[in-house]
Structure formats: C-alpha cells, structure tokens
Design a protein around this ligand. Structure first.
Ligand code: PEP
Length: 254
C-alpha cells in the first residue's frame, strides 16, 4: 500500500517557543488520539529543525522535514544549507520547488532537478511541488504546465530514485487563498500525474508514489479529499500552524 503523508509546512512562522509548543501539542494528540496509518511530518524553518527532530525522535510515525536545501554539497554559499547538514539534524523529507520558491526566488525546473539530486544523494526524500497558476488553469494550460514541471524536475531520475520521491500537487490559486481545488479537480490531476509516471517508468512505480494535495486543506475538506483514490495525504500550510486544526486534518486520514 502507498504511504500516506500529512506534512505541515510552517513557512516563515513560529519563534522557538511557539514552534516547540506546537510540536509538543500535536505529538501528544497524535499519540493519544490517532490510530491511522499516516506519517506526520513537521516542516519548520531551518533554525528549529534540530530541536524538533530531538522532540520527536522516539515517535515512530512523526518526522521532521525541511522547506528547502542547496543544490551544492558544501562550500562558499553564504546563507545556504546542504542536504547532508539536514540529514545530520534528523531530517527525512525536503520540500523542493514550493510555488513560493518558484515565484519569489525564480527557481526553475532545471534548478530544482539539481536540488532533487542533492536530496536523493543524501538518502532523503524530496517532496517535489508542482501546480498551475489561476491564469494557466483558466487558459486550459494546466496539464502542459504540470507535465513540464514533472518531466523537467524529475524524469532524469532512474526508477529507484523516482520511487523515493513524494509529489505534492499544489495549485497556486489554492495556496493560502482559502480556495481549495474540488476533490474532482484534485483527483483528475493526481491521476494525470500518476499516468505520466507510468508512461515514463512503469505501472508499479506510478502506483508506489505518494502524491499529496496542497492548497487550503482544512479539517472540513480533508476527509473528502483523502477519500479520492489517488490523493495520498496533504501538504498543509496555514492550518498546520495550530495544533487543533492540524491534528483534525491528521485524524481525517484513516
Ligand atoms: C502550502 O504552503 O504548501 C500550502 C498548501 O498552504 P495553505 O495550506 O495555507 O494553502
């Protein structure tokens, strides 16, 4: 069965005390109230990663992730953080190509392909984000945009590498806007992505890959999204910043 993953991307939010309180509350609620099978991933700012990793080290379904990493292994790249540094602090997952990185930091598919390589070279799992803008959807370009993002960012990988990738479909028009893609819209794209992988690699590889949905996921829309056959969890932004809303989303995944 495919892995189900609920990941909370804190973006640039939470000071140290706030972040530790959130992890403590969510961990306690997950331990006491969650009997489902999903992996839960906290994705805090870099500076909190080590502390979060220590807090959750003995919980088998809790993990820590990073929001970004360098495509270089080491060296004179002021302000950057390498995948091997992340690994040494307990990270399991690294977001690559979040739409905010694509938009505000001009990260191209080719550039992101190098980050995917750096993550995999350190035996970590990339969460590779893709998604169309509102303009692209309204002009019916979304399938082409997604195909380009997926093929240019990921299809240089061999099958073993591809099987370690998690994909997050995040329509840009749904991120932080309160507008969620309908379950039908999300399912259609997830099936499309899985089919692209099947055509490039094979059916088994396509079936093995976790594809998360992201974009204004909340407790009240999570269960319906998670019931769709190709939606394997969520990458959550705003609703991951409060313990109750995040745990309610986690509990929606059986
Ligand atoms: C995100 O940042 O990846 C995200 C999906 O944000 P939100 O849940 O706030 O839309």
């Amino acid at each position: 069965m495919r892995k189900k993953i609920i990941a909370g991307n804190w973006k640039m939010n939470k000071n140290f005390e706030e972040g530790m309180a959130l992890v403590s509350e969510v961990s306690n609620m997950v331990k006491d109230e969650y009997s489902g099978s999903a992996e839960v991933v906290f994705i805090p700012p870099f500076i909190h990663i080590n502390a979060v990793g220590r807090m959750i080290s003995d919980a088998k379904n809790l993990f820590v992730g990073a929001q970004n990493c360098s495509n270089h292994a080491s060296g004179a790249y002021t302000g950057e953080t390498s995948a091997s540094m992340l690994k040494s602090c307990g990270v399991s997952y690294v977001i690559v190509g979040h739409s905010e990185r694509r938009q505000y930091f001009n990260e191209s598919n080719d550039w992101l392909a190098k980050k995917v390589d750096a993550v995999l070279a350190n035996d970590l799992n990339p969460i590779y984000c893709c998604g169309e803008t509102l303009e692209e959807r309204e002009s019916n370009q979304h399938f082409d945009v997604l195909k380009k993002q997926i093929s240019e960012g990921l299809f240089h990988l061999d099958e073993a590498g591809m099987r370690k990738v998690v994909i997050a479909y995040e329509p840009v028009w749904a991120i932080g806007t309160g507008k969620t893609a309908s379950t039908e819209q999300a399912q259609e794209i997830h099936a499309f992505i899985r089919n692209l992988i099947s055509e490039k690699y094979n059916h088994e590889t396509a079936q093995s890959i976790t594809i998360q949905y992201g974009g204004s996921v909340k407790a009240d829309n999570a269960a319906e999204l998670f019931a769709a056959p190709d939606i394997d969890g969520a990458l959550v932004g705003g609703a991951a910043l409060q313990s109750r809303s995040f745990t309610d989303i986690i509990k929606a995944m059986k």
